[in-house]
Design a protein around this ligand. Structure first.
Ligand code: MLT
Length: 246
């Protein structure tokens, strides 16, 4: 008996493989939006509002938000913080409200709401906490943000890690027989099996390294650094802290 369906969209505009509303979606943008949002929430940001445009983000300053994000990987003029997770320290963001706009990640988040009611944000940095949350649901979608309409190696690899954890009982490594994977879920699972660690070697990782963000790429590889799952609901991201992983 199938008790779980797992699907993966390698890009936000890809057609879902199952013609249904999913129970939950995990949005992933390993480099760097999801890693940055997870860090912001873990370090005490009270909420994060993702928006599409620079103008919308700047409008939030008057409402008391830190204005954050990137274009072309760099902090836009007039912004408080860029999109480097390492900028989102406790000292900088504890108790703060954040408005963020990024090239791909925030767009994927906005799309996710059309696919399921519950939307979570995942990175390698919160892998176990995320999987623990997703395991509560039956019809699970993983939505990769990609890179300007192109498939991202890093997002696909993380999607594979998530699928692999859901499809097997990761504590005993026993393959679960009651999980049905779409073809794209199967593809990323096989990709993850090939490497088995966050081997961030795609175009976007290389571009960030060229821009001087090597430390961000290294940080994004830290599996289970945070026991928190940001949830995106009614336009706002807030944190759910895992009790079992703390
Ligand atoms: C994005 O959302 O496109 C990325 O987070 C870009 C970046 O690495 O800053």
């Amino acid at each position: 008996m199938v008790t779980k369906l797992v699907d993966v969209l390698l890009l936000p505009d890809m057609q879902p493989n199952f013609g249904l509303m999913y129970d939950c979606t995990a949005v992933v943008d390993v480099l760097r939006a999801s890693t940055t949002i997870i860090t912001a929430i873990a370090n005490g940001a009270v909420e994060v509002i993702p928006v599409k445009s620079i103008e919308e983000a700047l409008e939030h300053r008057a409402k008391g938000y830190l204005v954050c994000g990137e274009r072309g990987g760099l902090k836009p003029q007039g912004f408080d913080l860029g999109n480097s997770p390492l900028e989102y320290t406790k000292e900088r963001i504890l108790g703060k409200k954040i408005c963020i706009t990024t090239s791909n990640g925030t767009r994927a988040l906005l799309k996710a709401h059309t696919l399921s009611r519950h939307v979570y944000i995942g990175g390698f940095v919160n892998l176990s906490a995320l999987v623990e949350k997703l395991a509560e649901f039956e019809k699970i979608l993983i939505l990769c943000s990609g890179n300007e309409g192109r498939v991202s190696f890093e997002d696909s690899l993380l999607a594979g890690a998530i699928v692999s954890r859901i499809a097997s009982n990761y504590k005993t490594e026993v393959r679960a027989e009651n999980v049905f994977l779409s073809d794209s879920a199967l593809i990323v699972e096989k990709l993850w099996e090939k490497f088995g660690f966050p081997n961030l070697i795609g175009t976007h990782a290389r571009k960030l390294i060229e821009l001087g963000f090597t430390a961000d790429v290294e940080f994004a590889k830290r599996v289970d650094y945070y026991p928190v799952v940001p949830e995106y609901s009614e336009g706002i991201v807030r944190g759910i802290f895992s009790n079992t992983l703390r």
